[in-house]
Design a protein around this ligand. Structure first.
Ligand SMILES: O=C(O)C1=C[C@@H](OP(=O)(O)O)[C@@H](O)[C@H](O)C1
Ligand SMILES: C=C(OP(=O)(O)O)C(=O)O
Length: 444
């Protein structure tokens, strides 16, 4: 399955019990960061369990363009020979980050305080997404930036020759904004401070600590105040990437909604800043065991044991949104199979992901027989314990999570569910199809 220009239609049909082990790929957020911090270190960083999805491969290519040596040693095993903080070279061509918001936004941060110029592009989906949330704070460091109308890609950044450190309060809960500012702060003298009112995924802070930077987090009345000392010498680290809880969500939900299923999903990150879906599923009555809890690669992980469950609708509070921001599409699917309404609040950020995820899920679920209502900032699914899927094709809008969500829905709906284009799945979960088929899912 490759992310190509040709649409790849796919259909999921009602399946028998799903059984077996689902070895989901490495965490996408951690994979991007391992490559970028490896490139900003002096010496060799060895990475295992790297996600080899197109988003991460595009980041690997970008790190090469900025002068790092990046080499694949085997499946998920990579080494990066970095050039150090402030050591990025000017790339020869345009940096194409494909479909990846994380890739483009973190890399823009990583180069914005080095006196080089780079131009960034992406696919049609990424070109629609807002970049002002990144370019605004990067200008405060002294970078000069031009962008297409509406602060969209392509964006050209002339990095600051004499960067100044920044104190920045993020206007929306976003780990990408926080991370871009911290990565820019690496090559500014003094202290760069990011303040976030809602906690977002903390992989950048954890990994910077691992690579030897001095970074502290304080909880104050303003929120989380993260302080980074600029100009550290980053030391290469072995990085063991844990499995991605956002990818695990698809086989987990499939097992919950297909009668008779029992699926193990080993080695999944249980980082509390990523755990919102699992908290929500337990509240809905899901039978999920978290076995063998341990630490791997600086992250808490566990083996999940998931069984088909009778579920009830719940209300997901806005304060939980950031910890499950990529999981609302698949939550809206499982909500159809619960009894009663599931209300998702504080989810406006879903409107600026790879697609408008509220609109995409609402349209496809309604077409397939569900009752869904939305506002700008919320989505409510009136679950009836099943989905009388009408066989209506769902449009995926270049969005991997929309494609996977509808394919999971089709495994337990009365009629098959098709998606118009499954090719974007390769950005985050290249083995989705064989993995699901291996559990007994009828997808082709
Ligand atoms: O920092 C990251 O790795 C990510 C942050 C989130 O985006 P926002 O920061 O825009 O919420 C998330 O949606 C994305 O998939 C990965
Ligand atoms: C939003 C996502 O990714 P990104 O922002 O990196 O494109 C995602 O993977 O769901």
């Amino acid at each position: 399955m490759s992310h190509s220009a040709e649409p790849l239609p796919m259909t999921a049909r009602a399946s028998g019990p799903l059984r077996g082990e689902a070895q989901v790929p490495g965490d996408k957020s951690i994979s991007h960061r391992a490559l970028i911090l490896g490139a900003l270190s002096v010496g060799e960083t060895h990475i295992t369990g790297l996600l080899e999805g197109q988003d991460v491969l595009d980041t690997a290519k970008a790190m090469q363009a900025f002068g790092a040596q990046v080499e694949r040693l085997g499946i998920g095993e990579w080494k990066v020979n970095g050039i150090g903080v402030g050591g990025f070279a000017e790339p020869e061509g345009v940096i194409d980050c494909g479909n990846s918001g994380t890739g483009v936004r973190l890399i823009m941060g990583a180069m914005a305080t080095t006196p080089i110029t780079a131009t960034f592009t992406g696919d049609a989906s990424l070109s629609r997404r807002p970049m002002g949330r990144i370019t605004d704070p990067l200008e405060l460091f002294g970078a000069q930036i031009t962008a297409r109308e509406g602060k969209r890609l392509p964006v050209t950044i002339k990095g600051a020759a004499e960067p100044v450190p920044v104190r920045y309060k993020t206007p929306v809960a976003s780990a990408q904004i926080k991370s871009a500012v911290l990565l820019a702060g690496l090559n500014a003298p003094g202290e760069t401070v990011v303040i976030e009112s809602e906690p977002t995924r903390d992989h950048t802070e954890r990994m910077l600590t691992g690579f030897g930077a001095t970074i502290t987090t304080e909880i104050t009345d303003e929120g989380r105040v993260i302080t980074l000392q600029g100009r550290p010498e980053l030391r290469p680290q072995p990085v063991a990437v844990p499995r991605d809880p956002s990818s695990a969500a698809f086989p987990v939900v499939a097992a919950l909604i297909v009668p008779g299923s029992e699926v193990r999903v080993p080695g999944v990150s249980r980082n509390p800043t990523r755990d919102g879906l699992y908290v929500t599923l337990l509240e809905m009555g899901a039978d999920i065991g978290f076995e063998n809890p341990r630490e791997e690669g600086g992250e808490p992980v566990a083996d999940l044991l998931v069984r088909h469950s009778a579920l009830k609708g719940v209300t997901v509070p806005p304060a939980r949104a950031a910890s499950m921001i990529d999981e609302f599409p698949i939550l809206s699917v499982v909500a159809c199979f619960a009894e009663g309404p599931t209300v998702m609040q504080g989810v406006h950020e879903l409107r600026v992901k790879e697609s408008d995820r509220i609109a995409a899920m609402e349209a496809g679920l309604i077409a397939n027989g569900a009752r869904v209502r939305s506002t700008e900032d919320s989505m409510t699914v009136h679950g009836s314990g099943g989905l009388a899927g009408g066989g209506a094709p769902a449009a995926t809008h270049l969005d991997h999570r929309i494609a996977m969500s509808f394919l999971v829905a089709g495994l337990a709906s009365e009629q098959p569910i098709s998606v118009d284009d499954a090719s974007p799945i390769a950005t985050s979960f290249p083995d989705f199809l064989p993995l699901m088929q291996g559990l007994g899912a009828r997808i082709d």
